[in-house]
Design a protein around this ligand. Structure first.
Ligand code: NAP
Length: 296
């Protein structure tokens, strides 16, 4: 027997990698949404969403897209959330759940929280799943399978709505955990935002080298540099917004990293082989433990 859909109508605002993956997962599993309405910013993305058949209906106006939806999910870059929330607020149905997928959570609660009308339940969420690709073509139905989704409901959030968003992610194959927003932002700063900052920076540093050297960098890019370039291929607008909206935690982690990098530099300068070997060994252990918990 097929389960009844969790929501009658889900509206997705922003239908790039993450939004289109939700649309695909919901289509692939009938138990999630009776109807999917998609909205995106550019006419080109909207046309592509239609061509790919990702939604039952495509709406150019976000305020129209959310009309009558019992679940609305913001899937645009986090810097666009305040304006989007302001434009949709008057049309959100009483009892609807407003959620999101943004990579920063304190900023989302700061920007969106005050705009949520009484009677609408706001449940911020962040799926820890992604690739370096973006846009409606980049998504796939299995993106969230076996990945964590973190929920950061502000104090006093309606418990039933939290349970429904938890169920939504579980039906898309994710494991779900509830986390305090500030803690989320510190954890993500070290495991995701700082690695991206380092990848963008190292690619820029390599690119700044003289022509002759740059040629060699690209020609002989062995796995280390190649792995950085994969991460650095991520969407500039999305990552600009992440950096600007998790400023304090990111700067804190960058400062700690810089101290540790300086310690490594000192060990290299003074030939401290034991220190260097110990640090490399720790990295190796961390990689092994990720493989063991299926998160590599
Ligand atoms: P993406 O592939 O670049 O998609 C973002 C989509 O949002 C694009 O289709 C873009 O439209 C649209 N958009 C931008 N501004 C908009 C606005 N004001 N109104 C409506 N749509 C707008 O990015 P993504 O990777 O899916 O990221 C979306 C969200 O997921 C972000 O908040 C990000 O922090 C979060 N997230 C990303 C990852 C990841 O690894 N990529 C993982 C977890 C969470 P046009 O292209 O048509 O202009």
């Amino acid at each position: 027997m097929t389960e009844a859909p969790l929501f009658q109508r889900i509206a997705l605002l922003g239908c790039g990698l993450i939004g289109s993956s939700i649309a695909r997962a919901a289509k692939a599993r009938g138990s999630i949404a009776g109807e999917i309405v998609a909205n995106d910013r550019s006419a080109a993305s909207m046309a592509r969403i239609e061509e790919l058949g990702l939604a039952d209906r495509v709406e150019a106006d976000p305020a129209e897209a959310v009309r009558g939806a019992d679940c609305v999910i913001l899937c645009a870059p986090v810097g666009a959330y305040a304006e989007l929330a302001a434009s949709i607020a008057p049309n959100l149905a009483a009892g609807a759940i407003l959620s999101d997928v943004g990579s920063t959570k304190q900023s989302v609660i700061r920007d969106v929280g005050p705009l949520v009308p009484t009677g609408v339940h706001f449940v911020p969420a962040h799926p820890l799943a992604g690739t370096e690709h973006s846009g409606p073509d980049a998504g796939f139905a299995t993106l969230f399978e076996g990945r964590w989704c973190l929920l950061t409901p502000p104090a006093g959030t309606d418990a039933d709505s939290v349970t429904r968003i938890e169920l939504l992610w579980k039906r898309m194959g994710s494991m779900v955990s509830v986390m305090e927003p500030a803690h989320h932002d510190r954890v993500l700063a070290i495991v995701s935002h700082l690695p991206h900052l380092i990848a963008f920076t190292i690619c820029g540093t390599a690119d700044d080298l003289a022509d002759e050297t740059r040629q060699q960098v690209l020609q002989f890019a062995a796995s280390g540099f190649r792995d950085f370039t994969r991460i650095a291929a991520s969407d500039p607008e999305m990552w600009r917004d992440v950096f600007l909206n998790n400023r304090e935690a990111l700067l804190e982690m960058l400062a700690r990293f810089t101290e540790d990098a300086q310690a490594m530099a000192r060990a290299v300068r003074w030939g401290d082989a034991a220190y260097i070997e110990d640090k490399i060994g720790r990295g190796r252990k961390i990689r092994r433990s990720l493989i063991e918990i299926n998160q590599a």
